[in-house]
Design a binder for this molecule. Structure first.
Ligand code: URA
Length: 437
């Protein structure tokens, strides 16, 4: 069936609903290079203002999901459970959650992304382990999950090419922040990646796409509906991203914090979130009768060290030296560091996540364009979290990197992120809502 792109743009501009055939047609034509960027840009802007109905969102998700290769995980025994975070600052939960859930018998066959802008990506973090391979052949990936229970690799280039092209276009046409477009983008990748169930960590706060709870709930509801429409059990947790998660921000630093967490020595927030998310995965993976029981199992895996043992197996299987979990000098080391001290006494009332993400990027830990090289040792370690008491001159954070000018730039950027108040401040609630359980 053939349509006219101008008619489709006009229909959406006037608030009409696109038919499934129209959506499939323009996605297909765009991937093949038959419809130019300028027409798709116009359509995206019309969608931005008019929105997408549920049916349109489901069809768009499916069209993007099948625009390239899809992963067949049927040769892996058991209920495969995937986890996805909508992106935040200091979010290293995958590196804790995956070993915990797989230590409890849930097969994890996960594809992860790289960081861009002020948010990090699991693939970059894993590459801070010398020798660690994030590119695996499909057979090797499946064999590893069947062998040790987990594998995490970078997303292959042939999965959801429609999303890749559309996301790049949205990025330069101010059309990223639309519910239907975000939900279909994320869910098309998750569905193409083949797991049977999906746990979504929808970040909410100044360091996330969704800055307020209402918007985060709308997005989470939509993604859960898309998951169920496609026959996948899907649960979304809405979690705080007003301050960085944990204390470390930056690739090697975050992997070390993930390992510390698996040793039972991690910051409270990352420990709690990892146990909760892993608990839901264990439940969805059929290894626990209730999410609460799953949580207890995840906690146990952390406390008994079986999660850490699984992390060691995982590092070894993908080419790293598993002893790195006991010897952090094997990680890339930063040559320079600087300290930020409090200019007054009081209570830390804000550590703006977005600002810290930008500061970390400035130290060299993040990239501005996809082609930028990153400094794997660079980043920030916070010494305080929101709610903590601080004295004048006390350490707030340390900045690391291999370029002293960048380390300084990071410190100057981060200084704006901190607020200290005279009154005592409540610690923010970490898990705000769970949808789809
Ligand atoms: N992450 C994605 O993968 N897509 C979006 O549209 C937004 C965040």
């Amino acid at each position: 069936m053939s349509f006219n792109m101008n008619d489709i743009i006009y229909k959406k501009r006037e608030g009409g609903e696109l038919s499934p055939e129209e959506i499939k047609w323009w996605i297909d034509g765009y991937v093949k290079g038959e419809i130019p960027d300028y027409q798709v840009s116009a359509l995206l802007m019309a969608i931005y203002f008019r929105g997408l109905s549920k049916e349109e969102t489901y069809t768009l998700t499916a069209a993007m999901r099948y625009s390239g290769d899809t992963v067949d995980l049927s040769s892996i025994k058991g209920i495969k459970v995937d986890k996805h975070s909508t992106g935040g600052v200091g979010d290293k939960t995958t590196l804790v959650v995956a070993p915990l859930a797989s230590a409890c018998g849930v097969p994890i066959a996960k594809m992860s992304g790289r960081g861009l802008g002020f948010t990090g990506g699991t693939v970059d973090k894993m590459e801070s382990i010398p020798g660690f391979r994030t590119v695996l052949e499909p057979d090797e990936f499946l064999a590893q999950v069947n062998g040790i229970g987990m594998a995490v690799m970078g997303q292959s280039g042939h999965i959801t090419p429609a999303d890749k092209k559309l996301y790049a276009l949205r990025d330069v046409t101010s059309t990223v922040d639309n519910f239907g477009l975000i939900a279909s983008s994320i869910m098309s990748k998750k569905l193409a990646a083949g797991s049977d169930a999906i746990v979504l960590d929808v970040k909410c706060g100044d360091g996330a796409f969704m800055e307020n709870l209402d918007d985060a709930v709308t997005l989470a509801d939509l993604m859960v509906d898309i998951g169920y429409d496609a026959g996948r059990r899907t649960v979304a947790c809405i979690t705080d991203m007003n301050q960085p998660l944990g204390k470390a921000v930056g690739n090697a630093l975050e992997v070390q914090e993930a390992i510390d967490t698996l040793k039972g020595r991690g910051p409270e927030d990352i420990t709690e979130l990892s146990e909760r998310l892993a608990g839901i995965m264990i439940y969805l993976g059929g290894r626990a009768d209730t999410p609460e029981k799953g949580f207890e199992m995840a906690k146990d895996a952390l406390e008994s060290g079986t999660g850490l043992a699984q992390m060691r197996r995982f590092i070894d299987a993908q080419g790293g030296n598993e002893d790195i979990v006991y010897d952090y000098s094997m990680f890339p080391q930063a040559e320079f560091s600087e300290e930020l001290k409090a200019d007054k006494a009081g209570y830390v009332s804000a550590i703006r996540a977005r600002q810290i993400g930008l500061a970390s990027q400035k130290t060299g830990a993040g990239r501005e364009t996809k082609e930028d090289e990153i400094d794997l040792a660079a980043g920030i370690v916070l010494n305080k979290k929101v709610g903590d008491r601080v004295e004048k001159g006390e350490l707030l954070a340390t900045f690391y990197g291999n370029d002293p000018a960048k380390v300084r730039e990071g410190l100057e950027e981060a200084a704006k992120a901190f607020e200290i108040s005279d009154e005592q401040v409540e610690r923010p609630e970490l898990i705000k809502e769970i949808i789809g359980l």
